[in-house]
Design a protein around this ligand. Structure first.
Ligand SMILES: NC(=O)c1ccc[n+]([C@@H]2O[C@H](COP(=O)([O-])OP(=O)(O)OC[C@H]3O[C@@H](n4cnc5c(N)ncnc54)[C@H](O)[C@@H]3O)[C@@H](O)[C@H]2O)c1
Length: 489
């Protein structure tokens, strides 16, 4: 289908030419209603790709979290005019001061200084959107208590953007949050219809999932391949031009929205399934008196064996969440997602399995019931990142508490308020003492490189459990530890 002819901007100028004058505020001050604001940029036109190549576009980012903030910085560094929006006043205040509100250390030193040109940060979507040719939505997509997709952020952020759009602007709104196939259209089209905005006249919508890996500088937002879904191939091609300025890797238009949505969700489903397989093997092999790591090392000598490492559980905002989005969509169309569901069950119960193993080790060491004290080394879900979301440390702690085992935790990447109630927070590992067992939960460097001999000497029982299979267990045994590990007999 041929897209309708482009609608040129009311003013026909780029906001880069506004010479510091805040035109939406000015126009509002002289009495325009928001919907009557002149669009300060051009939105989609056939010149979009050329303008992208020249950095001559204004990019809005809604949600300045782990994904949105480095994305905003990346576009700013590429020469674009950027408007960053977050509903959290604390986040906006910190970003404006050049401080990092996220736990991703890779962002620490790259936030533009206060007063930098082309860098506008606000809590107001309606202030930002009229300036923007393109608006990227990077808000959370969690699951509810009963493990169903929670799309309220996508819906309300989309609504706020659409309410702020200028009719006829053809502003491109791109969802980047992780969703199941169908969400962008199912969630946003009814909002557009309610407001009376038309695709191809007032607005264009697209989907481009973020795939970066926080805490991994080799796979930051500027180093990952991107895929773009959009029902209008010309807009899709224009966005390829835009994102090619952000990342050094491949950027592809992949067809309709649902293809790009599904690509993202199955990437994380695949990781969940692969990790679930090694976690299941880590439960089976110790019962056969075989160390799963020996098995994996042997199997990995074959050219096509993909090695994954077992652990105390899977955490974070993506892998333990996204499969539920796929399961929901499969259920909607009446196809059981049996493998995905089973993998989720294995990974979800891994911390409970490990708690059972730890309880048994304490029992065998003669620690009286109700008196066990376990020290967790690392709390955040992933090494070198200060992010406690969906960490397996939490269900592990709940399971230990349910067995009357006290839990302390040491994680130099987190603040005291990141830990739940009932956990003793250890800030100085060199004075930690009196525990019956140390459990490596997160493979932070700071947790692997502690004074192991010193800690062993201060333990009530020097039992060590490597929940990530990263420690040199032989040398730790020599420094006085009784060593155990996930998947080890
Ligand atoms: N964190 C990751 O590693 C990662 C990687 C790839 C994809 N994703 C996906 O990206 C999306 C965002 O994840 P995140 O980790 O950046 O989340 P986050 O919680 O770190 O950040 C989201 C931000 O959006 C803000 N926000 C919420 N509603 C808003 C609204 N209506 N207007 C403006 N701001 C709003 C929040 O205050 C928060 O600062 C999720 O769908 C996630 O699954 C995350």
């Amino acid at each position: 289908m041929k897209p309708p002819p482009p609608v040129t901007s009311t003013l026909g100028i780029s906001s880069r030419l506004t010479l510091g004058v805040n035109i939406p505020s000015l126009v509002q001050a002289i009495g325009f209603k928001n919907s009557a604001l002149p669009h300060l940029t051009m939105g989609w036109t056939p010149e979009f790709a050329n303008r992208a190549a020249n950095g001559d576009l204004t990019v809005g980012i809604i949600g300045l979290g782990y994904v949105g903030l480095p994305t905003a910085i990346g576009f700013h560094d590429s020469g674009f005019n950027v408007w960053g929006v977050d509903i959290s006043q604390r986040t906006v205040d910190m970003v404006k001061r050049g401080e990092n509100p996220t736990g991703d250390p890779d962002v620490n030193d790259i936030i533009p200084a206060p007063g930098s040109e082309r860098w506008n940060i606000t809590t107001s979507t309606s202030e930002a959107v009229p300036h923007c040719d393109v608006v990227l939505v990077t808000v959370p997509t969690p699951v509810t208590e009963d493990l169903k997709p929670d799309l309220t952020y996508v819906q309300s952020a989309g609504r706020a953007v659409f309410d702020s759009l200028v009719r006829g602007s053809r502003t491109i709104v791109v969802l980047e949050s992780t969703v199941y196939p169908g969400v962008t259209a199912q969630t946003w089209l009814p909002e557009l219809e309610e407001i009376g905005l038309q695709i191809g006249v007032d607005v264009e919508i697209a989907y481009c999932p973020e795939r970066f890996n926080p805490g991994d500088p080799a796979h930051g937002v500027r180093q990952v391949a991107r895929v773009i879904g959009c029902s209008n191939p010309d807009v899709g091609a224009g966005l390829v031009g835009l994102y090619s300025r952000l990342t050094s890797e491949d950027v592809r238009y992949v067809g309709k929205l649902e293809v790009a949505e599904a690509a993202k969700v199955i990437e994380n489903v695949q990781r969940d399934i692969n990790i679930a397989l090694v976690n299941e093997l880590a439960r089976i092999f110790p019962e056969l008196d075989v160390d799963v790591e020996d098995v994996l090392s042997a199997a990995a000598t074959k050219w096509n064996f993909h090695r994954y490492t077992p652990g105390v559980g899977v955490g974070g905002h993506c892998i333990p969440v996204d499969p539920y989005y796929m399961m929901q969509r499969a259920a909607d169309v009446g196809v059981p997602a049996e493998l995905i569901t089973a993998a989720r069950a294995v990974n979800r119960t891994m911390p409970i399995h490990v708690a059972g193993v730890l309880n048994e080790l304490l029992y065998k060491a003669g620690v009286p019931a109700g008196e066990g004290k376990v020290l967790l080394l690392g709390w955040s879900y992933k090494a070198e990142v200060g992010d406690p979301r969906e960490t397996p440390a939490e269900p592990l702690t709940e399971a230990l508490h349910s067995k009357d085992i006290a839990v302390a935790a040491y994680d130099p990447h987190l603040n005291a308020e990141d830990f739940p109630e009932g956990v003793e927070v250890v800030t100085d590992i060199d004075s930690a003492e009196g525990y019956d067992m140390a459990v490596l939960v997160t493979a932070h460097k700071a947790c692997q490189e502690i004074d192991w001999a010193g800690l062993a000497s201060r333990m009530r029982n020097p039992i060590l459990y490597d929940g990530r299979r990263v420690l040199d267990l032989n040398s730790l045994e020599n420094s006085g530890w009784q060593v155990h590990a996930v998947g080890r007999p």
